[in-house]
Design a protein around this ligand. Structure first.
Ligand code: NAD
Ligand code: G6P
Ligand code: MN
Length: 447
């Protein structure tokens, strides 16, 4: 493709995120197709961001001294003169994630970052912070796009639909592309770029209707179904040498999810809705995923940053390898910047993309990515089983945004009570009542 001579400016919101160095390294890797003039970090935790920022300064000096780099906690500085905002914030950080996971487990309910009561609690925390970032972006860089990963995406996207319907924000998820990279490996291909697909659902709640070899058009569903029925999406070997124990279980569990509805291939997150009792039985209420991250990803990322700063060089750093999470967001910025019309998934108002869901449901469906935004592709009809599940789940997501808008205790209680992971309204109430004081700095006062 013939390119013009534009160079872009990107700010990563959540500069202190464990994923930030990966974003930077991937941006640098893609300079031939998505050239940059500036990279900035923005975070509201100066100390956490500095640790990443100081290591990235060394990386930038070594590898791309011509690209300006700075990190800041000042919104005006951060959001002025940017073309893309990459959203990667975690409101309440791991401290609050840990409580999202552990409070429901007190009452025998699954404790998970983005699903069930924990996911709804997290979504409610994220709404005001994301809206604030959108507003700063629009004030200081009115032409910029925000590509947002910050969870709980389904709830954030519903809040964007209601509160900032005309804003240039696209809410995305890496789970389907992570799974598609596994699918590619299973079929002897390299990664998600090698597959064409038809997928529909909500965020962390969806199904593949079809998967094809992008080059040859070969239908890969029969081969994949056979594999997934036995192994889930677990690939093993060298491919999975860095995969943590809980993720291994998740990829394997997809076999049981597939068994329930074998016409499609499931997103791994269906495990929490199909088999909540298994999840709770398997969980250790004192050691949840957050504890594993503190001992693994967070330790490794910040340890690597310290090492780079100490040695004064970023040679052979841990981010010099392919990683779907950061590759995907760079792919998306590139598609928007150059109006490529490539097909990726996004979380957007349905408007007919799934023919038997409401127009105002936030759904995760394939879209064409252009310089004027995303154009959803019609995915056809949802199966009766899927539609039933989605109606319940998306109502929970809408009730959380109602709770935010109306400062309503009742709406939040109803959201918890309706959720498939919660057995009973009294249990829902107990979880909510334990969460309210912990979320005081972040939630509206629920009356
Ligand atoms: P992290 O806790 O390591 O980093 C998040 C950073 O956000 C922290 O440095 C924190 O100080 C900062 N932050 C919190 N509130 C902020 C605010 N209001 N303004 C600016 N900065 C703020 O988190 P992580 O594990 O690296 O994850 C980052 C985010 O990415 C989370 O929301 C996570 O759920 C999300 N995520 C999404 C996907 C997806 O598929 N959409 C995939 C992976 C991670
Ligand atoms: C996947 C999902 C994200 C989620 C993450 C949690 O990547 O798509 O939305 O935040 O998993 O992973 P973690 O390693 O933080 O438990
Ligand atoms: Mn996700």
């Amino acid at each position: 493709m013939m390119k013009d001579n534009r160079k872009f400016s990107v700010v990563i919101a959540g500069g202190g995120s464990t994923f930030t160095p990966g974003f930077v390294l991937n941006l640098l890797k893609n300079q031939d197709r998505f050239p940059l003039r500036k990279i900035k970090f923005y975070d509201n935790d100066a100390e956490r961001q500095k640790k990443i920022g100081d290591a990235v300064s060394i990386i930038m000096n070594e590898r791309a001294p011509e690209i300006e780099f700075e990190y800041t906690t000042d919104p005006k500085e951060a959001f002025t003169d940017v073309d893309f905002v990459m959203g990667s914030i975690r409101v309440g950080k791991y401290h609050m994630r840990s409580l999202d996971e552990k409070i429901p487990l007190r009452y025998g309910v699954n404790g998970q970052e983005t699903t069930g009561p924990g996911g709804m609690a997290y979504g409610l925390r994220s709404i005001p912070a994301i809206i604030q970032i959108i507003d700063w972006m629009e004030e200081y860089s009115p032409n910029a796009w925000m590509i947002n990963y910050s969870n709980t995406i389904a709830i954030v996207a519903e809040a964007c639909r209601r509160l900032r319907p005309h804003s240039k924000v696209i809410n995305i998820c890496d789970m389907p592309i992570d799974i598609m990279t596994r699918m590619a490996q299973i079929c002897g291909l390299k990664d998600y770029h090698d597959l064409d697909f038809n997928y529909y659902g909500l965020n962390h709640f969806g199904w593949w209707k079809g998967v094809w070899d992008k080059k040859t058009g070969k239908d890969l569903m029969p081969e994949l179904k056979k594999y997934v029925s036995k192994n889930g999406y677990w690939v093993g070997g060298d491919f999975d040498k860095n995969t943590e124990a809980s993720w291994k279980e998740t990829f394997k569990k997809a076999a049981d999810c597939y068994a329930l509805e074998p016409n499609t291939l499931p997103n791994t997150y269906m495990q929490y809705y199909y088999y909540p009792q298994y999840e709770v039985k398997n969980a250790d209420p004192n050691r949840t995923r957050t504890d594993e991250i503190r001992e693994y990803r967070q330790k490794i990322v910040f340890g690597e940053c310290e090492r780079i700063v100490k040695e004064g060089t970023a040679e052979n750093n841990m981010w010099d390898r392919n990683e779907t999470h950061s590759e995907y967001i760079v792919d998306i910025c590139h598609a928007i910047a150059y109006n490529t019309g490539e097909k990726f998934l996004a979380n957007i108002p349905n408007n007919g993309a799934i023919s038997n869901m409401d127009p105002d449901s936030i759904v995760e469906v394939p879209c064409l990515f252009t310089s004027h935004g995303v154009e959803p592709i019609s995915t056809g009809e949802a199966g009766i089983f899927q539609r039933g599940l989605m109606m319940e789940q998306q109502t929970c997501e809408k009730l959380v945004v109602d709770a935010y808008e109306q400062h309503s205790y009742e709406k939040m209680w109803e959201a918890f009570a309706l959720n498939k992971t919660v057995p009973d309204a009294l249990v829902a109430k107990k979880i909510l009542d334990d969460m309210i004081p912990e979320n005081k700095p972040y939630w509206p006062i629920l009356k």
